[in-house]
Design a protein around this ligand. Structure first.
Ligand SMILES: [Zn+2]
Length: 269
């Protein structure tokens, strides 16, 4: 599941392969960009903003993509075999003399003027992995809705950008509180945000996401996707339940927690 660290790393790899080079060919396989071409333009930079990826060109254009559940960009040398999925899942191909960037399953893919980027990322809260990360502002935004449960509040990219379901679950475990505690009841919200920031930062340089320090399968997370298995700290059985909000029931997400290590309200698993 792409979270802020995955998109940050994708942006860095894309930047290394594309920036400063002329695009010889572009191929967009989505209806809204069927006739678009960036051929002849140079990529100036590729950056991430939260979970959004922005590829900018010297013509003042930005290709905006978002990974959502399982979108991704792969880089290939020209002529090598593509391995990111079946051809019908390819949404975009950007080709320069040395690399082909292939975008798979991207649910969001659009071209806009770089000057208009704020229309697609302007709503985001402080970017946990951005150069302008502002923890105080993130806490301030979270605190504006004290009655909200902290789990969904951390996932709301308008509060802070980059946290997905994995880092939400793990930061709350490390903070010892359930995802159902309200923001107003969290005694040290800044510490929760700091933990999430530290986890994302520690994982941004590689594809594997570990929150425990171990990279072994089954040992790399504390609670995320470990329902039914013993807590690595106390031995209690990890539980899971869906958590949503009344005004956005479609955004309900699965939450994992340890009933012993994490205090606060929680439903019956
Ligand atoms: Zn425990």
């Amino acid at each position: 599941m792409p979270e802020g660290d995955t998109v940050w790393l994708a942006a860095r790899r894309m930047h290394d392969a594309l920036a400063g080079r002329v695009l010889m060919q572009t191929d967009f396989r989505v209806p809204q960009l069927a006739t678009a071409s960036l051929a002849g333009q140079s990529v100036t930079e590729v950056v991430s903003r939260g979970k959004h990826l922005l590829t900018r060109t010297d013509a003042g254009l930005t290709l905006h993509s978002h990974f959502r559940m399982d979108g991704t960009w792969h880089l290939y040398r020209p002529g090598s075999r593509w391995s990111g999925g079946p051809a019908w899942q390819v949404r975009a191909v950007l080709t320069n003399a040395d690399w082909q960037a292939v975008g798979y399953r991207l649910p969001v893919l659009e071209l806009l003027a770089t000057d208009d980027e704020s229309s697609v990322v302007g709503h985001l809260g402080p970017d946990l992995l951005g150069p302008d990360w502002d923890q105080e502002e993130a806490v301030r935004r979270l605190q504006k809705q004290p009655a909200r449960e902290v789990g969904p509040a951390l996932l709301d990219q308008r509060n802070l950008a980059g946290i997905g379901n994995l880092y939400k679950a793990e930061a709350l475990f490390l903070s010892g509180i359930t995802p159902w505690m309200t923001v107003g009841d969290v005694s040290d919200l800044a510490a929760v945000v700091r933990r999430a920031h530290r986890l994302l930062n520690a994982n941004k340089g590689h594809w594997q996401q570990t929150t425990t320090g171990s990279t072994r399968r089954g040992e790399d997370h504390w609670v995320f996707e470990r329902a039914g298995r013993p807590c690595r700290r106390c031995g209690a059985r990890i539980v899971q339940a869906m958590q949503g909000e009344d005004d956005h029931p479609e955004q309900a997400r699965i939450s994992h927690w340890c009933p012993q290590c994490q205090r606060g309200p929680a439903p019956q698993p």
